[in-house]
Design a protein around this ligand. Sequence first.
Ligand code: BEZ
Length: 388
Amino acid sequence: MQALPRAAALALAVAAALCGGAAAQTPPLKVGLMLPYTGTYAALGDMIEKGFKLYVQEQGGKLGGREIQYFKVDDESEPSKAIDNANKLVKRDQVDVLVGTVHSGVALAMARVAKENNTLLIVPNAGAGDITGAQCAPNIFRSSFSNWQPGYGSGVVAAGKGYKRAITITWSYAAGAEAVKGFTEGFEKGGGKVIKDLSLPFPNVEFQALLTEIAAQKPDVVFAFFAGGGAPKFLKDYDAAGLKKSIPFIASGFVTDGTLEAAGPSGQGVLTTLHYADNIDTPRNNAFRKSFALAYKANADVYAVQGYDAAQMLGIGLSAVKGDFAKREALQAAMAKAVIDSPRGKFSLSRQHNPVQDIFLREAKGMNNEFRSVAVKALADPGRGCKM
Ligand code: BEZ
C-alpha cells in the first residue's frame, strides 16, 4: 500500500476526528415515560412501555438516527400529583418528548404542562376527549383512541341486536363518563334508550349494590367501562350475581384486554368493542405478536400496541427531520399526516391528532379477544371544541 503524503494524512485525521466528534456530540433524544407503575392500572403502564421499547429496539435502538434515552415517573393514576409528576420530566429531566399516560384525569394535566412548555406529548392510552378536543394543540398527539370511540361501537352493536333498554355501569371519572356518552349516542341513534347510568368512584370495586339495582331493573342489555385491576373483579361479580346468564352484556374492550387470566370463566364469551383484536390475521400483527412474545415471554395486548404505535409516530416525525429535533414544526407536520402501519391495521390521524380507526366487535375465547366483525368502519372522534 502506498503511503499518503504527510499533509494529506493529517487532513484526513483531522476530518475524521471532527466527524467522529460531531457524531459523538449528538446527544440522545430524551423520552419521558409518565405511566402508572403501581395501582389499578400498573399492568397497562408496563405493557405500554414494553411496546414502545420494542419498536425502538426493532429500529436498532434509534429513531430517525437518534439514540433514545429514557426517563421514568410513576404517575400512580393520581390526578392530584399529575402536574408535579409531569414537571419532574419536563423541568427537572428536560425531556424532549413526553409519553403518557393511561388515566384520563392524569393525561389532561399532562396536556396542560405540554401546552405551557411546548413539549411534544404522545398519549399512548388515556382517551379523554378534550386531549384531542378542547385542549388540542399542534404538539399533542394520541396513538390510542378517544373514550367515545369504543363506547360508540358498543352502542351500535347493541342497537343492531335489537335491544331497546340499556343500563350503563362504570367508574365516575372522565373515561367512564365519556365511554357511556359514546355508547348512549350509538345506542340511541339505533333506536335504543339508556334508562339508567350507574357509577362508583375510581378505583373502587364494591359493585354489589349496583348489580342488585341492575337485577331489579332487568334491562335488555348492560354496557360497562372498567379496566386494569378492577375489570376482572367486575366480571366475576357480574357472573356471581347471576347476571352473565340472564342479561346480555357489552363493554369497551378494556374490560377483557389483559384481564382474561384473572377473570377466569367469568370472562369467557364476553363481547366487547375495541380498535384491536388479538387474532387479527395480518402479516403485520402476526410479526408484532411474535416479536413481542420473543422479547418479553408474554402475549401482547392493546396497551402494548398503543405503546408500539406511539414510538412509530415519533419515529416518523424524527425521520422526516433526519433526527434534528429542533425542526419541530416539520417533525409535527410529518406526524400529523402519517399513515401508521399498526398491528391493529393502518390508521391515520384526524385533524385533532386522534386515530381514525375501525372499531371491532370481539369475543373473549381462552386468553384472546377474538375478532368477530367490524362494528364501525374508520370511526373518527368528533373532536369537539378543538380550535386548531
Ligand atoms: C382512561 O382513563 O382514559 C382509560 C384507562 C384505562 C383504559 C382505557 C381508558
